[in-house]
Structure formats: C-alpha cells, structure tokens
Design a protein around this ligand. Structure first.
Ligand code: ZN
Length: 260
C-alpha cells in the first residue's frame, strides 16, 4: 500500500492512500493514524490534483554514512567497522516537487540518493531478528550535503542540516522488499548514481539493532540507509530525480537562496 500526506486546495494536510487505477492514480483519505488503527476511505481524487507533502513528520532523521563501499572509496574514506551514525533535523524536510534551496555559505552542494526506512513500532535494544517487525514501510530520500562545509567543519550538523536538505517521498510503500532493489539518481535526465540495495555494507536489520542500542526509535522516525557512489554537484536550475525500483520517483528542482 502507498501512504501519502497530502493537501487538496486549502484543506488541512492529511494522510491518504493511493489507488492504482487504469485511468491514473487516485487518492483517498485515511481515517485514523496509518501507524495505528485506520480505515481507508474511497479514493476518488486524481493524484495530480493534490499537493504531496513529505509523507511523515519524524522526531528524528537518522542517517548512516559510508554504507556503500564504492561511495566510501570515491571520497578516499575507509568502510567503517561499525555503522557511522549522524542526524539531520526534521526542519530540513521537504516533499516531492518542493525546491532544494542552495544556501550562500556553500560552494559545493551535492545530492545523495538513499533508501529511507520508516519506523512503525517504537523500541530500544531491538535485535536484528526482530528488526523488520519495527518497520512500517519505505520511501525515498535525498541526503543533500554541503560537501565543502562537511570537510571544513568535522561535525556534520551544518553541512547536512540546512532547510530543504532532506527531500522525502513521494509516498511510503508498505509492500517493498529492500534486499535487491535498484537506486538511480538522475540530474537533468543524466544518470549520476545507480546501485542495488544489496550492496549495503550494513543491512537494515543490523542498522536498526545498532541505532536502537543507542536511542529509542519512535514511530515515524526515518532512517536513511546511505548513498551509493556517484554523488555530484547541484546547481541552480537543476532537476534531481531519484528512482527506487518498487517504490517510485522523488523529483525536486534546485534554486539558489535569494539574497537577503
Ligand atoms: Zn547520506
């Protein structure tokens, strides 16, 4: 099932679901919380008539660095022997179609196409065997990074944390097998990144066990599972498209921040 958050005209933002119809996808509202008890109401609104919002509002955006060996290599960095955890602030989230704003502090801002896991059941000290029971579904993220600031600062809070640096969506797919799925990133139609999720250094089970040994995972939290090789610059006027086979496509335009 595909779960969205959406806004129709000037109504308030709500959760919905997507029905694949031969005439085009349709949207229906969800009554209750998709993370608890809910009911799907009739889908009769064409998807193209609603504005999609990032599909969840997490308390934490957990990210893993260097989880694809080829990406670690392109930065001359070793593959870590324990997962390298960092966080992005929820204020960095934007939805599909929203604009990535390039801040003036950086001269080198890059895309990172990533599979994102959505936590459905809270927990601490979750074992690898139990980890999949805590997953609600999967979506697509772009871990936008100011590479020059990342190198300069050492700590990554600034480089990874600007507003608009976490495009997420277009929806949460609850029926998805993450074991061998293709991740592709195109910028202006030109392919930059392509790899299978099977190339992850640490599996999703291992990542959930590792992170939950540090902090409680809450319902709705997001885990970005690392980016494949091929990261590259974003410039004003670009269009970034991330495709994950079995989930969908996340597209965002890029603009420079207006002078203040
Ligand atoms: Zn990343």
């Amino acid at each position: 099932m595909r779960i969205i958050r959406y806004q129709h005209k000037h109504e308030s933002v709500k959760f919905g679901w997507v029905l694949e119809d031969p005439a085009g996808p349709l949207v229906g509202p969800i009554e209750g919380s998709p993370f608890g008890d809910f009911q799907r109401l009739e889908a009769n609104l064409p998807l193209e008539q609603v504005k999609l919002i990032h599909p969840v509002s997490p308390s934490k955006i957990l990210c893993i660095a260097r989880n694809y060996a080829a990406h670690a290599k392109e930065h001359n960095s070793p593959v870590p022997d324990v997962p390298m955890l960092f966080l992005k602030p929820p204020s960095s989230l934007i939805g599909p179609g929203e604009t990535i704003i390039l801040p003036p502090q950086s001269q080198q801002i890059e895309h990172e196409a990533e599979l994102a896991v959505v936590i459905g059941k809270p927990g601490r000290w979750i074992s690898p065997e139990q980890a999949l029971d805590h997953i609600f579904g999967y979506t697509i993220a772009n871990d936008v990074t100011a590479r020059d600031l990342q190198r300069r600062d050492g700590q990554w809070g600034r480089a990874k944390g600007f507003d608009t640096f976490c495009p997420l969506g277009p929806w949460i797919e609850t029926d998805f097998d993450p074991s061998d799925s293709l991740i592709t990133c195109n910028v202006n139609g030109e392919m930059r990144q392509m790899a299978s999720t099977r190339d992850m250094v640490f599996s999703i089970r291992q990542l959930i066990a590792f992170i939950s040994s540090v902090m409680t995972l809450d319902t709705g939290d997001i885990l970005l599972t690392g980016t494949p090789a091929g990261v590259g610059s974003l410039l004003p006027g670009d269009q970034v498209e991330i495709i994950i086979e079995g989930i969908g496509t996340l597209t965002n335009p890029v603009q420079a921040e207006a002078p203040r």
